[in-house]
Ligand binder design. Structure first.
Ligand SMILES: N[C@@H](CCC(=O)N[C@@H](CS)C(=O)NCC(=O)O)C(=O)O
Length: 227
């Protein structure tokens, strides 16, 4: 029996992208089920399959595994290569994943993922500037210590998956991550990320609250969505 991974809109759903790209990049077989956002809040509808009323959710037989970090940890118990093998790289990856999961709230709040759109941003408030500086530091450290092209060495791991939505945000909002841009370019060119992006651009769903949030960050200079 294969897994079923339930995710939402490619264009907006940053938490969905994490396990999706991890499973794709590692070649794990799964049925890909999309539950698009139908409203600004989808709690009641999503409660039909998710205890938190949120996506992503992984179904493994009759077991429901939820939360992007819960899913990554569950998969790591069953499959090799979710974490780097090298002990130092593994420690770096685990700390980075948990830092992303519990932190970067200014980045998440002020730069919502909107894959197909480009924005000329207003000047960064202090909290966002701190998050961007920390991203730059983390990316540069990973690339320098483990020699790239991924954040914790030669292979795509959970660390890259957890920052994959950030790569789209960096491009959408033109955030400066210094030499960390090499990772952004590399991960955006990964076949799994290319697939996610082409599906995002083809989507015809538009969710007003996400669009409004993006518009508030500055001036929209391009929208590559064709759907
Ligand atoms: N901590 C959760 C957060 C999940 C989350 O916030 N998911 C959003 C979609 S990206 C959601 O389902 N929102 C419900 C809604 O928009 O109604 C995780 O890591 O999976």
């Amino acid at each position: 029996m294969t897994y079923t991974l339930i995710t939402a809109n490619r264009n907006y759903s940053s938490w969905s992208l994490r396990p999706w790209v991890l499973m794709k990049a590692l070649g794990l077989d799964f049925t890909d089920r999309i539950e698009p956002f139908a409203a600004a809040v989808n709690y009641e509808a999503f409660r039909a399959f998710s205890p938190t009323g949120q996506v992503p959710v992984l179904l493994d037989g009759n077991r429901t595994v939820y939360d992007s970090l819960g899913i990554a940890l569950y998969l790591a118990d069953r499959h090799e290569d979710i974490w780097p093998k090298d002990e130092a790289a593994r420690a770096f990856a685990m700390c980075g994943v948990t830092e992303m999961h519990g932190g970067f709230s200014a980045l998440r709040g002020q730069c919502p993922m909107n894959v197909g759109v480009r924005v000329q941003m207003k000047p960064h408030p202090v909290d966002l500037a701190k998050d961007v500086a920390r991203l730059r530091e983390l990316f540069e450290e990973g690339l320098e210590r483990f020699s790239g092209p991924y954040l914790a060495g030669p292979d795509f791991t959970a660390l890259d998956a957890f920052f994959a939505p950030v790569a789209y945000r960096i491009r959408t909002y033109g955030l400066d991550v210094g030499n960390g841009q090499a990772w952004v370019d590399h991960v955006l060119a990964h076949p799994a990320m290319q697939q996610w992006e082409s599906e995002a651009l083809a989507e015809s769903w538009r969710e007003e609250s996400h669009e409004t949030e993006t518009g508030e960050t500055g001036v929209i200079t391009a929208d590559y969505r064709s759907g």
